[in-house]
Design a protein around this ligand. Structure first.
Ligand SMILES: C[S@@+](CC[C@H](N)C(=O)[O-])C[C@H]1O[C@@H](n2cnc3c(N)ncnc32)[C@H](O)[C@@H]1O
Length: 431
């Protein structure tokens, strides 16, 4: 097979020509396209497992199978000993990275620290995974339900050598935390930061028309309902996105002359433009796991050719809370009413209260959806109890007892006083 020259960003080439410090890409050909190519056999091996895990998570709209393949290939190629996931939701990327950790040698070789406000992992996903993964599968993962803005990563980062960060929690507050708190701790460590929900409009967006959309207002309400076609997006240069952190990272990387790499560009340069590679990957991975699309970007401070300037934090670790960032629901009529309602109450509630309110609504919504099935299960159970021989015997005994020990008689009082101490323990109703 003809070797393909690995893609180097114009920024990297410019830095090298200027004789600046070697960059990450100069030191290694780590790019999403090259990683997918190098790891194609490993990904082909993982396909079945990924399908099962993705089905158990049950939310492919949060991460497509081809993105599982791209993330896994990139991580396998980078070989981190710590993966930090910012934003888990139901846990697609969590599962993907735990599987990668196993491939890299298990918990001793690679740990996955997953941080998220949502407890959906414990409420829903774990149960469904338990039926499909071997025992010990969860071991590399440390899954925390927490506010990222208040999480101290220092102990984890200080003991790690190579870190992969997935930045998939949205909003300016998280962006501030990443830029002010997290990145300064990564400067002297090998690391890569992957950013989901950012698209390269040169390769993966077909139309630049506004269509029915208005301008992006910069309000986080738009992303509560997810990367949904009905939400406005913004185009900044070749980056198209709906998530605010895209703006923060363009600003940060531009000021610091840091390359901000598009995964799609690398896929195009290293795979799509090479028909032989294209054909082989299509055959090996199939259309589910191989796509020219990516919708994610990545960067590393290891590529910096000058001292990095970080912004100063202005909000107090979560005092300014992000508004709800759940790109999980499809916008239907009731969602639209919910957005209107939230906009109406926004002036009277703090952001934190609003987040709690939305979480509560989501939780009760899910419980309500499960209720008809639970009612039916209880009815069947109750019928079984009534049909049982024990139940019939108990009813006969009650009738007999009323005949021979009528309520209110001295005999009945004596009987009750003897049995009284046992009733609480034996029967919740004391009958
Ligand atoms: C897009 S979802 C993550 C999807 C996930 N990576 C996957 O592959 O399925 C973003 C998550 O970030 C969480 N999030 C937003 N702000 C957060 C914060 N301040 N702290 C922790 N989690 C937060 C949201 O609750 C949401 O579950």
């Amino acid at each position: 097979m003809e070797p393909v020259k690995s893609y180097r960003s114009p920024e990297t080439e410019e830095n090298e020509m200027l004789g600046s410090k070697p960059s990450l890409t100069a030191l290694s050909p780590l790019t999403p396209g090259q990683a997918l190519w190098n790891q194609r056999e490993a990904i082909a091996d993982l396909k079945d497992r990924f399908k099962v895990l993705s089905a158990a998570v049950g939310r492919t709209t949060d991460l497509n199978l081809y993105q599982w393949a791209e993330f896994a290939a990139f991580a396998l190629e980078f070989r981190p000993d710590l993966i930090v996931e910012l934003g888990r939701g139901l846990g697609n990327s969590t599962c993907c990275f735990i599987e990668v950790a196993h491939r890299l040698g298990g918990a001793k070789a690679c740990r996955v620290l997953s941080l998220c406000l949502s407890d959906d992992w414990f409420k829903h996903t774990v149960q469904r995974l338990e039926g499909v993964v071997p025992s010990g599968w969860f071991t590399p993962g440390q899954v925390e339900v927490c506010n990222i803005l208040r999480y101290d990563l220092r102990p984890e980062l200080s003991s790690a050598g190579r870190c992969l960060i997935l930045w998939d929690a949205h909003g300016f507050e998280i962006a501030e935390w990443v830029l002010c708190e997290l990145l300064p701790q990564l400067v002297n460590k090998s690391h890569v930061v992957l950013m989901h929900d950012m698209s390269d409009n040169r390769y993966e967006i077909s139309s630049s028309d506004y269509g029915e959309q208005g301008i992006w207002h910069g309000t986080d309400e738009t992303i509560w309902m997810g990367a949904n076609a009905s939400n406005p997006s913004f185009w900044l240069g070749h980056i198209s996105s709906r998530v605010p952190q895209a703006i923060s990272i363009i600003d940060f990387t531009s000021r610091n002359r840091l390359p901000l790499h598009s995964a799609a560009e690398s896929l195009f340069a290293e795979i799509i433009s090479n028909p032989a590679r294209m054909a082989e990957l299509r055959t090996l991975l199939g259309d589910d796991f191989f796509s020219p699309q990516a919708h994610w970007y990545w960067f590393s401070l290891n590529e910096a050719s000058r001292t990095i300037s970080f912004p100063r934090a202005t909000s107090q670790g979560g005092e300014t809370m992000p508004r709800k960032l759940e790109p999980q629901l499809q916008l239907d009529e009731s969602d639209a009413q919910l957005v209107q309602l939230m906009q109406a109450v926004k002036n009277h509630l703090s952001d934190q209260d609003l987040i709690r309110l939305i979480d509560t609504v989501n939780t009760y919504g899910r419980e309500l959806a499960d209720m008809p099935a639970e009612k039916q299960r209880l009815e069947v159970f109750w019928r079984d109890v009534q049909d049982s021989a024990g139940w019939r015997l108990l009813n006969r005994w009650r009738t007999l007892r009323s005949d021979i020990l009528p309520v209110g008689t001295r005999r009945r009082k004596l009987y009750d006083s003897v049995l009284g101490p046992f009733r609480g323990r034996l029967s919740p109703r004391g009958k």
